[in-house]
Design a protein around this ligand. Structure first.
Ligand SMILES: [Zn+2]
Length: 222
């Protein structure tokens, strides 16, 4: 990530399962805000309209791997995270990562280089395997919408704390949430403040923490 004086930040949006937040994506298109989208195979299969909108704006959007079926990167029979079952073994994790990547590449024509697991939780064995498969783990430093559960005002407040070098996470799969409204206000304010949005595939991202739960804020390289 560039130095703080460059005012560079990255917006990442997860498409876990669910639907397509057309208002949010339309806002980004209208304001020419680049974003990195983390899509599951499941979301891609269920949202042909969303897929076609994104495909016609690949100048703005970088699509990366959010897995095949939206599973946390945790290995262990019977384990779960936020009610989502973990992988029983490493073979299942491998399939989750690779089938997700294949879906992105077949659909959008670009092979992903970044992986973000469902719930953004990883164990040691998973981190090792994801790395071995050649993917970088995409962390984040500012949680904008807390899984599309936050009010518009809370999202605006979260974005008001953004600093240069931050990586923001929000969701593009819940059109009934207040995410699009909150981001519209918060992102416009960041643009007014002179922040420049970059995509993960176009930035050197040493600022991206691998373990956001333990390191809540990425050190902006300064
Ligand atoms: Zn997700």
């Amino acid at each position: 990530m560039p130095d703080a004086s460059s005012r560079h930040i990255a917006l990442t949006l997860d498409a876990c399962s669910g639907q397509f937040d057309a208002a949010l994506i339309q806002f980004l298109i209208e304001h020419r805000i680049p974003a990195t989208l983390f899509a599951t195979k499941r979301w891609i299969d269920r949202n042909p309209v969303g897929v076609s909108v994104i495909k016609s704006h690949l100048d703005l959007f970088d699509v990366e791997d959010h897995g095949e079926r939206h599973r946390p990167a945790i290995i262990g029979a019977g384990l779960e995270a936020y009610g989502i079952p973990a992988h029983p073994d490493v073979e299942h994790l491998r399939r989750e990562v690779l089938a997700g990547a294949r879906a992105v590449e077949l659909t959008f024509g670009v092979a992903p280089r970044w992986y973000r697991a469902a719930t953004a939780l990883y164990d040691k064995a998973s981190i090792h395997e994801i790395d071995r498969l050649g993917y970088r783990i995409a962390g984040f430093s500012v949680n904008a919408d807390a899984g599309a559960t936050r009010s518009k005002a809370a999202i605006v407040r979260a974005l008001a704390r953004v600093r240069a070098g931050d990586v923001l996470i929000a969701h593009m799969n819940k059109p009934d949430s207040e995410t699009a409204e909150g981001l519209a206000v918060g992102l416009a304010a960041l643009l007014d403040d002179g922040f420049v949005f970059v995509r993960l595939d176009q930035a050197e991202l040493q600022a991206v923490p691998d373990h956001p739960a333990r390191r809540p804020r990425a050190p902006a390289s300064r």
